[in-house]
Design a protein around this ligand. Sequence first.
Ligand SMILES: NC(=O)c1ccc[n+]([C@@H]2O[C@H](COP(=O)([O-])OP(=O)(O)OC[C@H]3O[C@@H](n4cnc5c(N)ncnc54)[C@H](OP(=O)(O)O)[C@@H]3O)[C@@H](O)[C@H]2O)c1
Length: 332
Amino acid sequence: MRAVQIVELTGPDTALALSEVPDPSSPPEHPLSPGSGVLVEVHAAGVSFPELLQTRGQYQMKPPLPFVPGSEVGGVVLSAPAGAAVKPGDRVAAFCALGAFAETAVAPAFFTFALSEQLDFAQGAALILNYHTAYFALALRGRLQPGETVLVHGAAGGVGTASLQVARALGARTIAVVSSEEKRRVAEQAGADEVVMLGERWKDEVLERSGGGVDVVLDPVGGDRFTDSLRSLGEDGRLIVVGFTGGSIPEVKVNRLLLRNISVVGAGWGAYVMGKPELNVQIGEAISKMVDDGYISPPIGGRFPFERAADALKMLDERRATGKLVLDVRPD
Ligand SMILES: NC(=O)c1ccc[n+]([C@@H]2O[C@H](COP(=O)([O-])OP(=O)(O)OC[C@H]3O[C@@H](n4cnc5c(N)ncnc54)[C@H](OP(=O)(O)O)[C@@H]3O)[C@@H](O)[C@H]2O)c1
């Protein structure tokens, strides 16, 4: 089958090669579900920050070279193990961790979810990493309650747009922080109640619009805005750490937490859910209901043919991406 591989750790310009690789083993098997796996005919593959980091060897998961990157797909089931909730012919969203940039991919049964008719394959490839992370971060780690206010950084990005939609479905009011007018439009279309432009006054504006402080900050960016994010929280506020696209990993002076009665909470979705099949099913059901109820419709910011996977990664690298980027492996 055809697949895009990472063949060297030299960044998105030169690390990738379109190659012919062996089909998945028969019967299919995934490392997270030894002895079994769902074989999926890939229609669209999601492109995310981890793949960008993998082209430089900077991601925590470092498979030996060459390897096929890509963590999630939208596609059609070719075969499924006994007991799986999906069967051959079903349209699905599946999380395979690695191997999505290929014509067929294998995912554990507990990471394969029926795809609503309301969503196309590209949106299916945008559903698990970002939306499961958003739900995990906001509902489970951040304990978001209906009526609370959430500030979302990087709000036009993949995790950001997902968080806006999930927060709304959980009954919260959202304030998006973005860096450009184009991103303002994307955040508005994703359902942000208010949008604040990144700039010297963003924190003051958030304090004004939230009446003295938000309940939750969802932060996939980190970097130098972190201290102002803490200052944006009201009493009992929670800052949820999701990622570091801003480049640097912030440090916290913990007296700020004591003096203001606020918390910093880590949310590492993958590490938490990998060994908990029943939790994945529970999150999948919650996300499915949000799709059915009309809260979730992943915005697709760019579609690329297989041959142009590097362009998608460069878009992420240059801060130009909005919503989710996908590879059209079998265009509709
Ligand atoms: N914790 C978890 O379980 C988990 C799960 C999934 C993803 N993540 C992480 O979450 C982060 C966000 O992923 P994503 O898919 O949402 O990325 P994305 O679509 O590229 O969005 C990231 C946003 O970060 C902001 N940003 C600020 N400085 C940036 C820079 N130097 N380069 C690129 N973007 C910059 C941008 O917003 P503005 O321009 O508006 O500031 C951008 O829209 C990544 O670090 C990813 O690894 C974590």
